[in-house]
Design a protein around this ligand. Structure first.
Ligand SMILES: Cc1cc2nc3c(=O)[nH]c(=O)nc-3n(C[C@H](O)[C@H](O)[C@H](O)COP(=O)(O)OP(=O)(O)OC[C@H]3O[C@@H](n4cnc5c(N)ncnc54)[C@H](O)[C@@H]3O)c2cc1C
Length: 329
């Protein structure tokens, strides 16, 4: 039986693996994609909005060329952390079920194997369920709920729907690379200047406004999207007019949620968080309402990378102590 099985190899899962190794625990990380899969899926060429000290796995080990690292620099930093520490990570393996309890241990089923572990840490991020518009045509292959690169869309008609930083950034990157881009955004989001309330960062807004002034990017203050067709999109503007735009590609970037199904089927309680549903957990130990089941990272109240790295360092020693106490009984 493993001491600790960690689900997810993002910053939280990798930090937990390192902490588990330091505590001498028998651990394993299972990751359905690649090491730091969420970071790998950031837009190509993106610069992080955090500084190295908020992103690095070990102090002074992330040394970007500029003040803030790019997606590539952060991704390679995470990969080399795994290689250098020789962390035990199975990639391309998805956890599909967790059952059991703290007395008999937990039974973890993946799409490849079964495992038995004394404790389980969910570090699954909050990217699994992209929010949808739920409008006719959203199932067309030209509609994407993730933006990775602008390069296939040069001289194409692109629509980005969303009000946060990701949508603004996608619209900017598309417009800069020659896509005829429209950003459909609610007035409240467009006028939001409060970074704590999810406003777009000023270093995104400034070049975005330059694209608008240059006549390359159009912003439509809209109420809702009505229908996505093969060659166009119809939406209702904030003044109630119907607007049909020629269209080759749509990016729906209105946020995403964690998949809490496995936690709920274990009996973990959840509550409404500031942005989305969050598991209930002890603030010191991050142990959920089910004994032996822990959470860390983006789908908790501690959402950013710094917290995703810091929290496992705090909770894994607690797990190690708890296991030692239990085996001494
Ligand atoms: C475009 C973008 C830009 C961002 N920029 C910043 C920034 O500048 N600064 C910052 O602090 N934060 C930023 N964030 C947020 C940041 O990415 C998250 O805070 C961070 O990734 C959280 O780490 P995590 O380990 O909790 O989750 P993740 O990195 O999402 O890792 C979770 C992992 O779990 C895996 N997983 C999920 N379910 C299963 C399963 N059933 N079986 C196996 N594996 C599973 C996933 O594949 C994923 O690899 C950004 C996010 C996005 C999308």
């Amino acid at each position: 039986m493993l001491d600790l099985l960690i689900i997810g190899a993002g910053p939280a899962g990798l930090s937990a693996a390192d902490a588990a190794a330091q505590q001498g625990l028998d651990y394993l990380v299972i990751e359905k994609g690649t090491i730091a899969n969420t970071i790998r899926l950031y837009p190509v060429g993106r610069t992080l909005f955090s500084t190295p000290n908020e992103l690095e796995m070990r102090e002074a080990t992330l040394r970007p060329l500029c003040e803030k690292p790019t997606r590539d620099e952060l991704l390679t930093h995470n990969i080399h952390f795994v290689l250098e520490k020789d962390l035990k990570v199975n990639t391309d393996e998805r956890v599909v079920d967790v059952s059991g309890d703290v007395e008999q241990g937990f039974f973890i089923t993946t799409d490849r194997a079964e495992y038995h572990a004394a404790r389980v840490l969910f570090a699954i991020g909050a990217m699994d369920i992209p929010r949808r518009l739920n409008v006719p045509g959203e199932e067309l292959s030209k509609v994407h709920h993730l933006f990775v690169e602008p390069y296939p869309y040069v001289r194409k008609d692109a629509l980005v729907v969303g009000g946060g930083n990701s949508a603004a950034e996608a619209a900017l990157f598309l417009s800069e690379e020659g896509a005829r881009t429209t950003l459909a955004i609610w007035r409240d989001d467009w006028e939001n200047r409060d970074p704590k309330a999810g406003a777009m960062k000023h270093w995104v807004r400034t070049p975005l406004e330059a694209e608008i002034d240059a006549g390359r990017l159009r912003v439509v203050l809209y109420k809702h999207v009505d229908e996505i067709g093969e060659k166009d999109v119809t939406l209702t503007t904030e003044t109630g007019e119907s607007l049909t735009l020629p269209n080759d590609v749509v990016f729906v970037l209105v946020g995403s949620d964690a998949d809490l199904t496995m936690l709920k089927s274990l009996g973990v309680k959840t509550e409404a968080g500031k942005l989305t549903e969050v598991p209930v957990y002890e603030t010191e130990t991050f142990e959920t309402t089910v004994r032996g089941i822990y959470v860390a990272g983006h789908f908790t109240h501690a959402r950013h990378i710094k917290a995703a790295i810091d929290v496992p360092r705090q909770i894994v020693p607690h797990i190690a102590k708890d296991l030692a106490l239990m085996s001494s009984r």
